[in-house]
Design a protein around this ligand. Structure first.
Ligand SMILES: C[S@@+](CC[C@H](N)C(=O)[O-])C[C@H]1O[C@@H](n2cnc3c(N)ncnc32)[C@H](O)[C@@H]1O
Length: 234
């Protein structure tokens, strides 16, 4: 992966303070956050992979890693995240739950050695990477580590081609977030960050990148305002 794809600025954003608040804030910032993760689990269950190796890229504070590792004790989860603070939060939950089937790697996926995986997750991660080769490198690095026929579940903030519609849906999402959030200032702040930190792409661009990385055409399984969820099969 090119060094550009190692987005240290974003990793600094996921610092100790943000990690401490993340679980509380994310549910009002991502409409359907729990449903995304429940769907991910259901899709994994559908695969019937009793002894799978699962790669979780951008594991954060552990929502998907913990649900997979506690729901499927025979499965081994490799949780990868370059933010030490986010991974520390995940580790402390794993200790409390006494889970033994999660490995932690504080790094970028491109630096993973050796292993191959039967299922992978990239949930709310790739939108932080610019689209000047970084997103493609990121998808290729995941692709390389997957067994044939395995799936990557990818969820990102997307962009709608028509700018007017894009703005309208962004505003509608904000209205919704403000209606459920206990902290309107945090929603305002998060919307500023969407402008500066996220590199949203259209669905057709995602399909193009997925194909270039080697995946079959993605299948959409989730949509909530601008957040889209896709299955990418190798
Ligand atoms: C919004 S959080 C998502 C966490 C988790 N997947 C979830 O659904 O709650 C994004 C995470 O991606 C990590 N991240 C950012 N850039 C990354 C990259 N290039 N590779 C892997 N992880 C990255 C951040 O450190 C952060 O923990």
């Amino acid at each position: 992966m090119s060094s550009q794809a190692q987005n240290t600025d974003i990793v600094e954003h996921f610092d100790k303070n943000r990690a401490a608040e993340y679980d509380k804030d994310i549910v009002s910032f991502i409409p359907g956050y729990d449903l995304i993760h429940e769907s991910n689990l259901a899709m994994f269950r559908e695969k019937n992979l009793a002894k799978a190796n699962v790669l979780v890229v951008g594991a954060g504070t552990g929502k998907e890693s913990i649900s997979l590792a506690s729901g499927f004790r025979e499965v081994n989860v490799t949780a990868v995240d370059p933010s030490k603070a986010m991974l520390e939060s995940l580790k402390s939950k794993v200790n409390d739950l006494k889970l033994v089937n999660i490995d932690f790697i504080c790094d970028y996926v491109a630096n993973l050695k050796g292993e191959s995986f039967n299922f992978a997750n990239s949930i709310l991660v790739m939108h932080f990477l610019p689209d000047r080769g970084e997103k493609l490198d990121y998808l290729r690095e995941i692709y390389k580590r997957l067994e044939p026929m395995s799936e990557l579940i990818l969820v990102d903030f997307m962009k709608i081609e028509d700018e007017c519609q894009d703005r309208a849906i962004m505003q509608a999402m904000k209205n919704y977030q403000l209606s459920i959030s206990p902290s309107p200032e945090k929603i305002e702040e998060a919307h500023e960050k969407i402008k500066t930190n996220l590199h949203r792409i259209t669905e057709s661009r995602l399909f193009d990148l997925a194909e270039k990385a080697g995946f079959f055409k993605p299948i959409k399984f989730f949509q909530s305002f601008l957040i889209g969820g896709y299955i990418l099969r190798k």
